[in-house]
Design a protein around this ligand. Structure first.
Ligand code: CTP
Ligand code: MG
Length: 230
C-alpha cells in the first residue's frame, strides 16, 4: 500500500487577524504553506499530496512549490473535516486505494521535522488502525465555572496535545469522517472521527516544536524555531 499526504489549507485564519490566511504569511522568508508541504514533497515514501484550498484562493498561485510527485487540489469546505474529506475524495478519484495510508497535516504547522515524519510512518506502518503525533501536556489545567473563577483543577496525567500528521487508512478515515459529518458531530481532528467510529488510534510522541500557528505570537515562536534550526 502507498502513502499519501493531505494538507487542509482552506481556513481563513480568523484568530490570526492578518491581512490573509495564516498559511500564506511569511515565515523566515517562505510562505507557511510551503514550509508545511515541504517534508512530504521531500519524503521518498510519499506518493503524492492533496491540498484543500478555498475556492478562488488568490494566493496559492503565487507560491514557489516545485513538486516531483503528483500535487492535487481539492475544494475546501465549511470546516476542517469537510476540507479533509474532499481531499480524500480527490485522492480516491485519482487512483489512490482504500487500503493506502494517508497522512493529514495542518497547513498551519510549518515546523514538522523530517525525523518526526519518519518516526510516525515507522511506528504505524504495521498497525491495524493508525494514529497521530502528540506531545504530553505540561501546564496545569483548570476548568472554569463559566463566570471567570476556577471550578476545578484537572488531572493532566496521561493528557496529550494532538499534533499532526495524523495517519490512517484512506478508506477507513473517509468513512469515519463522512459519518461524523452526517451525524453533525464536532470533530476537530482525524483521530476524533476515528474514535467516534470506535477505533483507538495510537499516540506517537513528537516534538513540541511542531506547533500550529493560531495567534500572532505563534508565528514569532515558529520564526525562532526556524532560525535556530539553520
Ligand atoms: N482548515 C481547512 N478548512 C477549513 C478550516 C480550516 O482546510 N474550513 C485548515 C486550516 O487552513 C489549517 C488547519 O485546517 O491549516 C487547522 O485549522 P485552524 O488552525 O483552525 O485554521 P483556521 O480555521 O484558518 O483558523 P481560525 O480557526 O482561527 O479561523
Ligand atoms: Mg479553524
Amino acid at each position: 500500500s502507498r502513502y499519501w499526504a493531505v494538507i487542509p489549507a482552506a481556513g481563513v485564519g480568523q484568530r490570526m487577524q492578518a491581512d490573509r490566511p495564516k498559511q500564506y504569511l511569511t515565515l523566515a522568508g517562505k510562505a507557511v504553506l510551503e514550509r508545511s508541504v515541504q517534508p512530504f514533497l521531500m519524503h521518498s515514501a510519499i506518493a503524492g499530496v492533496a491540498l484543500a484550498l478555498q475556492p478562488h484562493d488568490p494566493w496559492f498561485a503565487e507560491l514557489d512549490i516545485r513538486a516531483s510527485k503528483p500535487l492535487l487540489i481539492a475544494p475546501g469546505g465549511a470546516e476542517r473535516c469537510h476540507s479533509v474529506c474532499h481531499a480524500l475524495e480527490v485522492l480516491l478519484a485519482s487512483g489512490a486505494q482504500e487500503q493506502d495510508w494517508v497522512l493529514v497535516h495542518d497547513a498551519a504547522r510549518p515546523c514538522l521535522s523530517q525525523t518526526d515524519l519518519d518516526r510516525l510512518i515507522e511506528a504505524l506502518s504495521d498497525d491495524a488502525v493508525g494514529g497521530i503525533l502528540a506531545s504530553p501536556v505540561g501546564d496545569t489545567l483548570k476548568r472554569d465555572d463559566g463566570a471567570g473563577q476556577i471550578a476545578q483543577t484537572l488531572d493532566r496525567t496521561g493528557v496529550w496535545r494532538a499534533l499532526t500528521p495524523q495517519m490512517f487508512r484512506l478508506g477507513m478515515l473517509h468513512q469515519a469522517l463522512s459519518s461524523a459529518i452526517a451525524g453533525g458531530a464536532l470533530v476537530t481532528d482525524e483521530a476524533g472521527a476515528m474514535e467516534r467510529a470506535g477505533y483507538a488510534p495510537k499516540l506517537v510522541a513528537g516534538s513540541a516544536r511542531n506547533i500550529k500557528i493560531t495567534r500572532p505570537e505563534d508565528l514569532e515562536l515558529a520564526e525562532f524555531y526556524w532560525r535556530s534550526k539553520q
